[in-house]
Design a binder for this molecule. Structure first.
Ligand code: SAH
Length: 265
């Protein structure tokens, strides 16, 4: 499996759940765990609940913010038991797993995709969801839809493991033009992108782009800095849903820079 799946826990309050998450990940072959503002992950309870996935817990990296934790990721999937207003598209777990399976065929080895899990009681905040390119829901009883955190990690990691071992040809197309079709219309193996700037931009690059866009929207008077929330979220959602490549972001930033320093032509 060339793509690296990163599991990010945000604000976890029960240390046992971190152990359960590590166990769930390892049973499906995943080991990259990142923690943002969680309870201690090396407690006796966490280690006991990991049932031998101690290495996953011990190797876990901690971050101050979710932005830091996902800076190097090219796709960021938030998980939620319920639909959210003004969020990126909400898809069922299997659909997202298929999309990631297809993406894995076009990304060079080692490129990262993040799966982000929220706090036990409240889930992911709107600010966290703003950093996601997709929202994933595990389809379940609509009247009782909140899984235990460790169980949610188990279902997501199972679906991903299945999607990453066998990617059906003709699966959802993650990047336009990357699937070749033969003369008879049957899908063929996609090409792995070789130029990193042609891949979906990383979260770090997108963060700088959004900061720049914000500045221009405020300085041109287009956005009221005292009441920016919905506009900012809509703009973000648009670009995160169709995350541009690094080269495309550079063009947008060039346009923004030109509005800041127009040249007389
Ligand atoms: N009320 C919260 C539930 C939190 S459960 C909410 O609406 O999201 C803790 C975490 O487990 C969630 O943040 C999410 O990461 C995951 N989770 C629980 N149930 C889920 C489901 N049905 N689909 C996707 N993720 C789920």
């Amino acid at each position: 499996m060339s793509l690296e799946i990163v599991f990010v826990m945000v604000g976890t309050t029960h240390t046992g759940n971190l152990g359960a998450a590590a166990r769930a990940m390892k049973t499906m072959g995943f080991t990259n765990l990142r923690l943002v503002d969680t309870c201690p992950h090396l407690s006796a309870e966490a280690l006991a609940r990991s049932s031998g996935a101690n290495d996953v817990l011990k190797d876990a990296q901690t971050y101050e913010t979710l932005s830091d934790a996902i800076a190097d990721c090219r796709m960021v999937v938030g998980t939620s038991a319920r639909a959210r207003q003004l969020a990126v598209p909400l898809l069922a777990c299997r659909e997202i797993a298929d999309e990631i399976g297809a993406l894995s065929k076009t990304l060079p080895a080692g490129e990262k995709v993040a799966m982000v899990f929220g706090q036990e009681r409240s889930g992911l905040s709107n600010e966290s969801l703003d950093l996601c390119t997709r929202l994933l829901r595990i389809p379940c009883n609509p009247d009782f839809s909140s899984l235990n955190l460790g169980s949610a990690v188990q279902v997501v990691s199972y679906e991903l493991s299945q999607a990453l071992v066998s990617v059906p040809l003709g699966a959802p197309q993650p990047m336009p033009g990357k699937w070749k079709s033969s003369a008879d219309g049957t899908a063929q193996e996609p090409e792995v992108a070789t130029d990193p700037d042609e891949l979906p931009a990383t979260s770090e690059v997108m963060g700088h782009f959004f900061d720049h866009l914000d500045r221009v929207m405020i300085n041109t008077g287009f956005m009221n800095p005292d009441n920016p929330r919905l506009l900012r979220r809509r703009v973000r959602r648009y670009f995160e849903t169709n995350r541009p490549s690094g080269n495309e972001v550079a063009i947008f930033r060039g346009i923004l820079a030109a509005t800041e320093k127009p040249k007389n032509r």
